[in-house]
Design a protein around this ligand. Structure first.
Ligand code: SAM
Length: 316
């Protein structure tokens, strides 16, 4: 994939910092464009590497974004990427991943619209297969319902919709939900058949539970830190047990919970324990657990430890 030979996927990480021998340099291929991220201005050898990838993959342009490491988030940046080589990207452009199309933008400060490190988890939903012998949906995905909390641009929902499921998308940003609608239409799904709820995830999960709504898959992929009028400050490391507890009643018997977190300084073992505490305190049992590793283009080494924690849990 890194060599650009997979016709189904043209978005992936090419350089993952120290694990690939480049301290604090992260390079992503996003379709026809390259995005380089580093806390420091690019050095000459780094620019040479960009030229090399650009030629090898026949890319149109190369962008650079300064990574600013803050207390609350290790990879949040303060500005949009700027062009350093080649042609400018259109405001919105498309990339492909496992045959699915996503709309991306390099003029958004927060992110491009797709978190590449979740590719394998999106594929698990798309193919209805967490691992051999463990489907995401116990029954036909065509009748399945999915609650996608912290939905962002609804990338997980696009895969669920392609598998045949109906989705409900919760996010605190109207703009991202609109982006999600576009991603669904782009892939032949009618957004009118899916729900989009603007609001605080914890607050809405409680409301949906009160209403008695249940789902076959609930996705929790919160930011490290957020603030909302309804629930105040949310800190993944502190509040994951409460989040898992709120999700548990929304899962039908035998349904799947996908719990994710990319907060650094939150050890995987503690994360898993927090999810277990939350689920158990809601009176539910975990029948099966699969902990998904980072994908191969985000290699985990002692020099570049894992940032992503992902658990798939089948509840009783
Ligand atoms: C890490 S992103 C989620 C990524 C997404 N699951 C994906 O796979 O692309 C976090 C999202 O949570 C949303 N968000 C932040 N605080 C929220 C809250 N309290 N309730 C609902 N959504 C929130 C943000 O607007 C953002 O879209």
């Amino acid at each position: 994939m890194r060599a650009g030979r997979d016709p189904e996927t043209n978005a992936c990480r090419l350089i993952h910092g120290k694990a690939d021998g480049w301290k604090e340099l992260y390079v992503d291929r996003l379709g026809d464009f390259l995005l380089m991220q580093s806390p420091q201005p690019l050095t000459d050898p780094q620019i040479d590497v960009a030229k090399d990838w650009k030629n090898r993959l026949n890319l149109k342009g190369v962008y650079y974004k300064r990574l600013s490491r803050t207390v609350q988030s290790s990879e949040k940046t303060d500005s949009s990427p700027r062009l350093v080589m080649g042609l400018e990207a259109p405001d919105i452009f498309e990339v492909r991943e496992n045959g699915v199309t996503y709309r991306l933008s390099l003029s958004e400060g927060y992110s491009t619209g797709l978190f590449l490190d979740m590719r394998e988890n999106r594929k698990r939903i798309l193919r209805n297969r967490v691992e051999p012998g463990l489907p995401v949906f116990q029954f036909a995905p065509t009748n399945a319902t999915v609650l996608n909390c912290f939905a962002y641009t609804c990338a997980f929902s696009v895969c669920a919709a392609r598998a045949g499921a109906t989705t409900t998308n919760l996010d605190l940003s109207r703009k991202y939900l609109d982006w999600g609608r576009d991603n669904l239409s782009q892939n032949g799904a009618d957004p009118g058949h899916h729900d989009f709820i603007y609001g605080d995830a914890l607050d809405w999960m409680k409301r949906l539970a009160k209403r008695g709504d249940t789902y076959d898959l609930v996705i929790l992929d919160p930011p490290t830190f957020s603030r909302s009028k309804k629930s105040g400050v949310f800190q993944a490391k502190r509040d994951y047990p409460a989040l898992a507890k709120a999700a548990a009643p929304l899962l039908r018997k035998g349904a799947m919970l996908l719990a994710c977190c990319n907060a650094t300084g939150y050890p995987e073992r503690k994360f898993r324990e927090d999810v277990r505490i939350g689920v158990r305190s809601a009176g539910r049992k975990i029948m099966k657990l699969f902990a998904a590793p980072q994908p191969p283009d985000f290699p985990v080494t002692a020099r570049e430890p894992a940032h992503l924690k992902v658990s798939w849990l089948r509840l009783d």
